[in-house]
Ligand binder design. Structure first.
Ligand code: FUL
Length: 448
């Protein structure tokens, strides 16, 4: 076997960690909650000079958030414990710029605690966002800021029970004369691993989950979780480079092609790092009364292309100044959940006979003979990703009245999950894997 083929086979054996596997399999769809003084000022990026007295969610009810989140089928909630304005939603000892100086519950309130408890009670996961960029802290721009940030992180990691996801924002809008902060991310990550070993960490470039590269819900046609280390420098390399020498220069998460062969063969080594789509239900991350939630069609499509496109989906719902979700958002979440439940309720492959035939060491075909003629709208495929992501190209054929027809063909990936929306009537279909990095292992074939 040539060295290059060996490299491709190695690429097919780059594997997820337990926590990445759990994230993608058990909690691929969760809520973001952007809540801060911005909710009261209408800004998206606060200045850090807001008076804590403006933060007063008099009707806060985190149980109702959890109920709305669950109605959409989401399995967790990630709250902005501190956004760029530096205001802390919890009882912190690190700064006065916090809820303890707001009138909410006479300064005794703690939104992080209320949400963590509501999540536990409602049976969903709890996570938080802690902005590294802080426009309020007097330490920002000095070494002391790293101590300050670590102290905040430690409070959140140790006082609020189990955390499933910690979100590190890469944004920093300091202008040319702004304060430059050198963030000690390695030491932040070390704290998360120490206190919450099961939590996944999101950051633009890993270590566990990377950014998809946009905030509009767009996805890639081919989404690989196995990507060049040049893109995800915080992940552990699992291979050496291919035969070709050198490294990728300026790889960025918004690139159209991340992880395909053309791309990885120039990389100095590969890592496993799936991406997350983060998007708000409305145009803004924070609440603005004049905005409307996105259409059900757009949200459902984003769901299909994320959770059904080898990517997790973090959908933001911004609370109103009174602390409640806008009824328009609550209604949209319920509609989305209903649409997901009704679309994927009844697996038409139940009772089907599935036969796998190898066509070569890297190609195979799955014949699915259904229990009679069925009207299919969605195909759902999963790879046995614990062993690696391998399928690079596949097609689907369907049979009706003894005739085979092409349903779908594309240069394309499967990964944790791939949902394909195609309307066909057939009594059998075939999944034909045409290219794979080693033996293709499809662990689930469903049709709805
Ligand atoms: C960005 C931030 O600047 C936005 O305000 C928002 O929090 C988004 C999720 O991440 O980088």
């Amino acid at each position: 076997m040539s060295e290059f083929l060996k490299f491709i086979e190695k690429a097919g054996k780059v594997v997820p960690s337990e926590r990445q596997l759990r994230h993608m399999k058990e909690t691929p769809f969760y809520a973001f909650i952007h809540f801060s003084p911005n909710t009261y000022t209408g800004l998206e990026w606060g200045t850090g000079e807001e008076d804590p007295a403006i933060f007063n969610p008099t009707e806060l009810d985190c149980d109702s958030w959890v109920e709305a989140i669950k109605s959409a089928g989401m399995k967790g909630a990630v709250i902005t414990a501190k956004h760029h304005d530096g205001f802390c939603l919890w009882q912190t000892e690190t700064t006065e710029h916090s809820i303890k100086n707001s009138p909410y519950k006479n300064g005794k309130g703690d939104v992080v605690r209320e949400l963590a408890e509501a999540c536990r009670k409602g049976g969903i996961e709890f996570g938080f966002y802690l902005s590294p960029w802080d426009r309020n802290s007097k330490y920002y721009g000095t070494d002391k800021y790293n101590d300050f940030y670590r102290a905040q992180l430690t409070e959140l990691l140790t006082n609020y029970g189990e955390v499933f996801h910690v979100w590190f924002d890469g944004a920093c809008g300091e202008g040319p004369d702004g304060k430059k902060q050198v963030y000690d991310f390695e030491s932040y990550f070390e704290l998360v691993r120490r206190y919450q070993p099961n939590a996944t960490m999101f950051k633009d470039d890993g270590p566990d989950i990377r950014w998809c590269g946009n905030e509009s819900g767009s996805s890639r046609a081919a989404e690989w979780a196995v990507v060049p280390y040049e893109l995800c420098g915080f992940c552990e390399k699992q291979t050496e480079g291919a035969l070709l020498e050198g490294e990728l220069k300026n790889a960025y998460n918004s690139d159209k092609d991340i992880g395909s062969l053309d791309n990885i063969m120039y990389s100095g080594g590969l890592v496993f790092c799936p991406s997350e789509i983060d998007m708000s239900i409305r145009p803004g991350w924070f609440y603005h009364p004049e905005e409307e939630p996105h259409s059900l069609e757009r949200l459902f499509k984003t769901y299909i292309n994320s959770v059904g496109g080898n990517t997790s989906f973090n959908l933001n719902i911004p609370p109103m100044p009174n602390g409640r979700f806008d009824p328009r958002d609550t209604a949209r979440l319920k509609e989305l959940g209903d649409k997901i439940r009704s679309s994927f309720g009844d697996n038409l492959c139940n009772g089907a006979k599935i036969t796998r035939t190898s066509l070569s060491s890297t190609q195979c075909e799955y014949l699915v003979e259904l229990d009679g003629e069925k009207e299919i709208r969605f195909f759902e495929l999963e790879e046995d990703i614990a062993k690696g992501q391998r399928v690079a190209s596949f097609r689907i054929m369907s049979r009706k009245n003894g005739r085979w027809e092409r349903v779908y063909s594309n240069y394309s990936t499967i990964g944790f999950k791939r949902i394909i929306e195609e309307h066909v009537c057939c009594d059998a279909f075939k999944i034909i894997v045409e290219a794979s990095r080693g033996e293709a292992l499809i662990s689930k074939i469903a049709a709805y």
